[in-house]
Write a protein that binds this ligand. Sequence first.
Ligand code: OAD
Length: 242
Amino acid sequence: MNQSITEKVLSANSICFLTGAGVSAESGIPTFRDAKTGYWEQFNPQELATQEAFTKDPQLVWNWYQWRRQLVADAKPNSAHKVITKIQQQLPNVNVITQNVDGLHQASGSREVIEFHGNIRNNKCNICKYAEVNMDNLTEDIPECPHCKTLLRPAVVWFGEAIPARASAHSIKAVKECDVFFSVGTSSQVHPAAGLAQLARINKAMIIEINPNATPLSSSADYAIAEPAGSALEDLAADLFK
Ligand code: OAD
């Protein structure tokens, strides 16, 4: 790993990781834009992950989420999650913001993970905000809200919906404070998450991207490391914790 990255990370007062689907790719969870497997062959996530799609065909959307929940239930954190956890444990003020809904950062031991797009393990009611954990029900039966009797939906952020206020506020605070901003495994195409790197830049943070493929962020990042997250972060950890 480049020596100036290592030095900057070790001397930082605060570090932010923004992660996306690529960080879980090595755990066997397909990304949104690269994957051509299963439901991804037949359906465009941008057309399924909406309230309109759920209203029109709840069973189709529910089945897609149940398939993804099964993938998540079987998945284990990979070395990218583990290195981020280790950095958070060893260095001060390390914040993890994730667009992923799979809970793998938490499973790896990361603390106070900011879930920008919610968590697929949970359901919620659109009307009364009732929420429950769903991982015991991986069937095609869509549960009803015990209060409103309407269909429950996955507790994730769908296209066109606002980011949860707490997650948004915590992210902005963490990004404004950080000296080093890592963008790991995200296409940097989905806003407002993609805007966090710009906010970090305005606040003079070093921007480090880890992604085997170029993204809209790559050319403006201080370092664009074109490698899978697992090996790139393992290299970083080897230098940081000699
Ligand atoms: P995408 O699927 O758009 O992008 C995944 C990125 O991960 C791509 O840029 C890949 O090049 C990269 N990638 C693939 N394998 C990798 C690896 N092993 N290591 C590192 N990077 C790798 O996923 P996101 O950018 O996370 O939103 O997508 C953002 C949001 O769009 C998602 O949270 C979801 C989606 O629609 C909602 O559901 C609201």
